[in-house]
Design a protein around this ligand. Structure first.
Ligand code: ATP
Ligand code: MG
Length: 458
């Protein structure tokens, strides 16, 4: 019984109406005939009552039909309202969605779109689009669009998030991130294709702008360190060049005075050669440092610090600054030039900070491995960084130095190299510490480089 009621609830309204009418008629005919046959025996009266019953049945069934069809019509009306509302909502969704949408038939005929798509195609109304295919439009890339539609529909597989362009007539090129998905009917057959597009032209332009700004900064930072390097080369060359010139003028003088001595000449030439080798070696060191896209290599902490110091030795010596490093040697794989560049930036900052300091000047470099991270700590005793500026020192062009002394990109570039290239972090702090029974305050830079996730050269 309950199952019967449930089944009745699930059937469609027209069938329900028919069944109610059928049931009502059946019951009416059966019961009214039986009652009349029991109550009335007179044939004439029976005939009369049958006529009355017929009229009564027609009136009752008309009322019933009226009520049922009223119900049917209000149901249809309700459904139509619901459909209209759903359509309206769908239209609103399509128009307000932050994406460009269109859909086409199996033959590539445009069936619908939102206003954003019309704008992209440089069309004024849907009439200019609907019923047409891509070949009707003067767009350079139309062949690609058609073959993508074909691919999506024939393979029944979506093609998602790919970059393409559109160059409508009289309009500039736009860069698009497009996804196309096949549309299926109830039976799973392909009936068309739906396209969803995001216009990423502005985003790409912004990215390009940022990239060229970054390139400019890198260039500036390279030029700045190149200036320092040249000063260094000049300093490192002064001594051997003066040895070479003294020896060669000595030899020339001896020749002129006719007192040349073969042993002395040989010794002088060997000496000149050794100094020339040294000159060439210093050039190699600098060249290697400036080489672009050096590969990842095995690095020893001691050699790393030695190479770094060699590149800025003259600045340290002139100012009598001592580098104190821990004895423990560690081997690790990373990008040597990049780490050296960062260390040089940090050491140069410490050297600048020592400008008005007259006590012992130290730069401590401590490198250790903690789990899978390489931790480099570089600390000086130059007084530290004041709390008012410490949060800003990694910003590009932030400097407290005069124009000829600093541009404010040293720490910015260091952070870029550490975070983008080496996937690590760099932090700054001011610390108080004791060294050889003296109390000092200075800046501490802590660099953490994860050793297993260093990126490829960017
Ligand atoms: N070791 C340090 N001690 C004290 N202050 C420091 C130290 N390192 C950096 N600073 C402060 O941070 C600022 C920013 O440093 P950053 O290296 O980015 O630029 P800069 O040295 O001023 O110029 P550039 O490096 O471009 O020549 C410096 O101007 C300085 O005020
Ligand atoms: Mg600097």
């Amino acid at each position: 019984m309950i199952r019967g009621i449930k089944m009745f609830k699930n059937i469609s309204l027209p069938l329900k109406i028919t069944l109610i009418y059928f049931l009502f008629s059946l019951l009416w005919i059966y019961f009214s005939d039986s009652i009349i046959n029991i109550l009335v025996k007179d044939l004439e009266k029976l005939q009369f009552l049958q006529t009355i019953k017929g009229w009564f049945f027609i009136s009752l069934s008309s009322i019933l039909l009226y009520l049922l069809s009223k119900k049917l019509f209000s149901y249809v009306e309700e459904e139509r309202d619901k459909l209209a509302k759903a359509n309206e909502l769908l239209e609103k969704v399509l128009e307000n969605a932050p994406v460009i949408i269109f859909w086409k038939s199996k033959k590539g005929v445009y069936l619908g779109c939102n206003t954003q798509f019309l704008e992209l195609m440089n069309l004024k109304s849907k009439d200019e689009l609907l019923g047409k295919t891509d070949s009707n439009f003067a767009i350079n890339e139309k062949e690609d669009y058609i073959s993508d539609d074909m691919l999506v529909m024939s393979t029944k597989q979506p093609k998602l998030n790919y970059i393409e362009t559109i160059t409508p007539k009289d309009k500039t090129l736009k860069i698009l991130n497009t996804s196309k998905v096949p549309l299926f009917d109830k039976n799973g057959s392909v009936i068309g294709v739906l396209g969803v597009i995001q216009d990423i032209t502005e985003e790409i332009e912004k990215q390009n702008q940022i990239k060229s700004q970054e390139e400019l900064l890198i260039q500036q930072s390279k030029l700045a360190s190149m200036g320092e390097m040249i000063a260094n080369i000049a300093h490192q060359w002064r001594q051997p060049l003066s040895v070479i010139s003294t020896l060669s003028t000595g030899m020339k003088l001896q020749k002129e005075l006719n007192i040349s001595n073969e042993d002395y000449e040989k010794q002088s030439l060997d000496n000149i050669n050794a100094n020339a080798q040294y000159l060439s070696k210093t050039i190699d060191d600098f060249k290697n440092f400036f080489k672009k896209d050096n590969p990842k290599s095995s690095i020893n902490t001691k050699t790393l610090i030695d190479k770094t110091i060699k590149l800025i030795d003259s600045r340290l010596k002139i100012r009598d600054i001592k580098i104190v490093q821990n004895d423990q040697e560690i081997e690790f794989d990373s990008y040597e030039s990049e780490i050296i560049q960062v260390l040089i930036n940090l050491i140069n900052n410490s050297i600048d900070a020592f400008e008005n300091i007259n006590t012992n000047k130290y730069i401590f470099i401590d490198i250790k491995k903690v789990e899978d991270n390489l931790i480099i700590e570089l600390k000086d005793n130059a007084g530290g960084i004041s709390s008012e500026i410490i949060d800003r020192i990694f910003e590009p062009y932030f400097t407290t130095k005069s124009e000829d002394k600093g541009t404010g990109i040293g720490l910015y570039m260091s952070k870029e190299i550490i975070s983008k290239h080496l996937k690590g972090t760099i932090k700054a702090a001011t610390v108080d510490f004791n060294y050889k029974n003296e109390n000092y305050t200075g800046a501490l830079f802590t660099i953490t480089i994860p050793l297993n996730k260093i990126s490829t050269t960017e």
